[in-house]
Write a protein that binds this ligand. Structure first.
Ligand code: 5AD
Ligand code: SF4
Length: 444
């Protein structure tokens, strides 16, 4: 029996794509290997969002080539493939810098994997590269998503038309497309039947979802959430990532009306300066962002917010950066992801004047992260002593421990047996750090 190993970089969409790729491979009769060394087929699912992530792929490929040679000495052959956003953006670089790669497929083309593997079986030579944006939807060609997990991702939308000036996504994942309502519901029912109690709907711009229903009518994310809310056995719903300007009133109302929708929303703002937001081509000001947050809080006062931030965007002055700190203080995020601006070839911001020195970027990131982390720590500490429902997803750091998520996406570790995996358990929180909570199961 041939074995495969997939290493995933980047966002949750890549995690989801890797699961779909695993389903394809299992459908072809392959089994998961516990390490790359034990695998006949190794796939890197890559991320291009920042320079560091993209460069990591090339160093990993170098190591994999050595591994391939080691295996060859033992008479074992190895296929090495690359999928994901780096392929879409740097296919020529892959062919040049890592010519030993057998195949490279863009994020919209991985449904062609069976064909590619068959071709490789017949001839081995040049890297097979497919970075076309296919006219067909990969979802129509994939075998059913056979992921068994208590907490499952489900891609409902892909690509982005926003063209923020720093971002590669519109170029790597293409323009925005939405999956039809029935496809999503069918996959959701399947995931729930295989044990999912939580579904996290994914899309680069998920709140602009506009998939067609069976009559051909375009439906919103709010419609989809209401439909998913009806699935028996499903306990929790989330969606990510949302674009502030697309938070429709109907969707905001879901945070009041849909009981399964968790009280947590990832709503990236990127900057608190209107000048920088404009240069980023964001369709919102800091004031409008705050208004949206206020509306959401009105719909559900218990909502907790998380965000993404970029510091050191071209032209960012100390005053612009201060505006970001101000916005953070006003919102009080319970979690956040913050990055130094990374110059991405082919994006408009890469050519903008006023590029910021690395040293300044680092200083600003440190200041911002101190503020964000202290907010996050305070929020986590306020949870201590409370009883919270936790969905346990994985084994913990040591034996006898499980790790799960609270409704607010906090990681929680508890001493619990594996029979509680994929279950929602009431836990009394006993400790808190910036990144996680500890707790004990309530009752027997
Ligand atoms: N540099 C730094 N951060 C970036 N992001 C996207 N592009 C860049 C870039 N060029 C961040 C944004 C986005 C998150 C997924 O990654 O904050 O929301
Ligand atoms: Fe990138 Fe902006 Fe689209 Fe998000 S909304 S994927 S940051 S272009």
């Amino acid at each position: 029996m041939k074995k495969y190993y997939i290493k995933t970089f980047g966002c949750q969409m890549n995690v989801y794509d890797s699961q779909r790729i695993a389903s394809i491979l299992e459908h072809l009769g392959l089994k998961a290997a516990s390490s790359p060394r034990a695998a006949d087929l190794i796939i890197l699912n890559t991320c291009h969002i920042r320079e560091k992530a993209a460069e990591k792929v090339f160093s990993d490929l170098g190591r994999l080539e050595l591994l391939r040679q080691e295996r060859l000495e033992k008479g074992l052959s190895t296929i090495i493939g690359v999928v994901g956003c780096v392929v879409q953006a740097e296919d020529e670089q892959i062919a040049k810098r890592a010519p030993y790669v057998d195949f490279a497929l863009g994020p919209l083309a991985y449904h062609r994997l069976p064909e590619v593997l068959a071709k490789l079986g017949r001839t081995r030579g040049e890297t097979i590269i497919d970075t076309e944006f296919p006219v067909e939807s990969k979802f129509d060609f994939l075998p059913p998503n056979n992921t068994s997990s208590g907490c499952a991702f489900l891609a409902v939308q892909e690509g982005c038309n926003n063209f923020c000036t720093y971002c590669v996504v519109p170029y790597t994942r293409g323009i925005e497309t939405s999956r039809p309502v029935e496809d999503v519901l069918c996959e959701a029912r399947g995931l729930v039947a295989r044990g999912a109690v939580e579904l996290n709907l994914l899309g680069q711009n998920v709140n602009s979802y506009h998939g067609k229903d069976s009559s051909g009518k375009e439906r919103s994310l709010a419609y989809l959430l209401n439909k998913l809310n009806e699935i028996d056995g499903l306990k929790r719903l989330r969606y990510t990532t949302s674009y502030p300007a697309d938070m429709a009133d109907e969707l905001i109302a879901c945070h009041k009306n849909i009981s399964k929708l968790m009280p947590y929303l990832h709503l990236p703002v990127q900057s608190g300066s209107d000048k920088i937001l404009k240069a980023m081509n964001r369709r919102h000001t800091a004031g409008q962002y705050l208004e949206i947050i206020a509306k959401l809080r009105e719909a559900n006062p218990l909502l907790g917010f998380s965000s993404d931030f970029i510091v050191g965007f071209p032209g960012e002055t100390d005053a612009d950066f201060e505006a970001t700190l101000d916005l953070v203080k006003k919102v009080g995020f319970i979690q956040a992801f913050s990055f130094k601006y990374s110059r991405r070839p082919g994006t408009p911001a890469a050519l903008m004047p006023g590029q910021i020195e690395e040293k300044v970027k680092k200083q600003r990131l440190d200041i911002l992260q101190n503020l964000l982390f202290s907010g996050q720590l305070n929020f986590n500490k306020e949870t201590v002593g409370k009883i919270v429902p936790v969905l346990f997803e994985t084994g913990g750091r040591h034996a006898g421990q499980l790790t799960g998520r609270t409704p607010y996406m906090q990681n929680l570790h508890a001493e619990l047996g594996r029979e509680y995996l994929n279950k929602i358990v009431n836990v009394r929180v006993t400790g808190a750090t910036v990144n996680s909570l500890t707790g004990q199961k309530e009752g027997k």
